[in-house]
Ligand binder design. Structure first.
Ligand SMILES: [Zn+2]
Length: 108
């Protein structure tokens, strides 16, 4: 972990690919859109943890790590029986969580 980036850089790349990036103060969660995975890792979602319990990384390095995870973009999930893509209930919960987080951000 040596790269550094800004939140602004990360959000610009995330917006380009439709990736959701959310910072809750302890970790930055990264979620690819439904039916897509992060091209760099093949993951539907991942977290970059940086809070005190995880070594309290400096923010520029946290954003550098997030940028590393998302900068290759996304690609379609190729698993026709993928548990993640076909979990309607899980996605409904995810959308609800996103709504709540966005509402909290608006009040922050
Ligand atoms: Zn999938």
């Amino acid at each position: 972990m040596s790269e550094r980036a800004t939140r602004r850089q990360v959000m610009a790349v995330a917006a380009q690919f439709g990736i959701r990036v959310h910072d809750d103060g302890e970790k930055v969660s990264i979620d690819a859109p439904r039916y897509y995975v992060l091209k760099g890792s093949g993951l539907h979602f991942t977290d970059v943890r940086y809070g005190a319990a995880h070594g309290a990384w400096p923010k520029p390095e946290v954003w550098g790590e997030v940028l590393h995870d998302i900068r290759d973009g996304i690609e379609p999930c190729e698993d026709p029986e993928c548990d993640c893509c076909h979990d309607d209930e899980g996605w409904a919960q995810w959308e609800e969580r996103v709504r709540q987080e966005d509402a909290e951000d608006d009040h922050a």
